[in-house]
Write a protein that binds this ligand. Structure first.
Ligand SMILES: NC(=O)c1ccc[n+]([C@@H]2O[C@H](COP(=O)([O-])OP(=O)(O)OC[C@H]3O[C@@H](n4cnc5c(N)ncnc54)[C@H](O)[C@@H]3O)[C@@H](O)[C@H]2O)c1
Length: 342
């Protein structure tokens, strides 16, 4: 490698004491620098070649219908689903049980959890259920220990539970903000810390993080909710890099970011351009994505193409698109207030 350095040297000349300003231009070639450049060039060429392979591989799998594609077998796998009493959680639990998984259902809402369990037992499936407040770290750790003792090693963790208050920043109570953070993101740390070590030990595991499109685009009346969902993206991406950097290549991580779902969480909202997704479709798509060991799952897929615009377009244009064309903030104004459970 050649490196040039410009140096000014001040020296007193013996004859006339003149200040001489010398400009030195030096070219340095050392073997270690040459090998560094060679290494970078080699890795870049390898990366470009592999990229061609990855793009072709991705196209191949995208074009192949699920019906003929090899999918991960979940038979006998122990799967913890948080928020299993809710709209998406219930559909997930039922579909996972039908695929042969042993569902471990978590929720704070006893009645809702009971409803999920009754549906499962009526269909002849076994289910283990636990009432747990995800906002309470000790309760999460204690319940995780119980699961390990009573059910066994957990093969998959689906951090699905979530909460939204739907207030503007100045309306939100401090307690509500804290609850949103505790349920929507902090609980992910406690559950993953509880179950990941055994997954690593056995060389088999899958961590599923349920985010939201509101975690990719800031949303009106969601300063707490959106911020925690943005945090789920960072959590998932960092966890993924840690798993791969440490060679845990058989522990998978999937981030799921759905658009509005018709579960009641965003009751009253009527989006202008795209109808809400149905929870059955969301659960089905999520399970397909998990069984393909996908890293990211955005629903509907078309949203993925809109997201880069956020960085490319002028901010005024984005705001105009959101509020004039999509009427996002206006539709969120109709969100029915939730009882303050914080
Ligand atoms: N509904 C949507 O429009 C939408 C859109 C994008 C992402 N999501 C996300 O999808 C996931 C599922 O949402 P949903 O629509 O099924 O919601 P939901 O409200 O129907 O279900 C959420 C479940 O989480 C449980 N829960 C809440 N707080 C809890 C706590 N402290 N401890 C234990 N359980 C708790 C609730 O009791 C409920 O059963 C959430 O993470 C949500 O943020 C939802």
């Amino acid at each position: 490698m050649s490196m040039s350095s410009d140096r000014f040297a001040f020296s007193a000349n013996s004859g006339d004491d003149l200040l001489v300003i010398m400009l030195e231009s030096t070219k340095i070639h050392t073997p270690s620098q040459m090998s560094r450049v060679f290494d970078i060039a080699k890795d870049t060429v390898l990366f470009l070649l592999l990229s061609c392979y990855y793009i072709l591989e991705s196209l191949f799998w995208t074009l192949m219908p699920n019906a003929i594609r090899p999918m991960k077998n979940l038979k006998g796998d122990v799967v913890v689903v948080t928020g299993a009493g809710g709209g998406v959680g219930r559909h997930l639990s039922i579909k996972l049980a039908r695929l042969g998984a042993k569902v471990v259902a978590w929720d704070i809402n006893k009645e809702a959890l009971q409803k999920t369990c009754t549906t499962l037992t009526d269909e002849g499936y076994e289910v283990a259920s636990y009432i747990v407040d995800l906002a309470d770290r000790a309760s999460v750790y204690n319940t995780a220990e119980k699961v390990k003792k009573e059910v066994g090693k957990v093969d998959m963790l689906i951090n699905n539970a979530g909460t939204v208050f739907g207030e503007t920043l100045l309306e939100l109570s401090d307690a509500a903000i804290e609850t949103t953070y505790k349920v929507n993101i902090l609980s992910h740390y406690w559950t993953v810390k509880a179950f990941l070590p055994d997954m690593i030990k056995s060389g088999k595991g899958h961590i599923v993080t349920v985010g939201s499109v509101a975690g990719l685009l800031g949303t009106y009346r969601c300063t707490d909710y959106s911020a925690t969902k943005f945090a789920t993206v960072g959590f998932h991406e960092s966890l993924f890099t840690e798993l791969r950097a440490h060679g845990h290549n058989t522990i998978y991580a999937t981030l799921v970011c759905p658009y509005y779902i018709n579960t009641g969480m965003f009751d009253g909202v009527s989006p202008r351009l795209m109808p809400m997704l149905e929870p059955d479709y969301v659960a089905e798509t999520m399970i397909d994505s998990i069984r393909k060991n996908e890293v990211n799952c955005v629903m509907p897929g078309s949203v993925r193409y809109l997201l880069p615009l956020k960085c490319l377009l002028p901010a005024k244009m984005c705001w105009d698109l959101m509020h004039r064309v999509m009427k996002g903030p206006q539709s969120m104004m109709d969100l029915k207030k939730k009882p303050n459970l914080a």
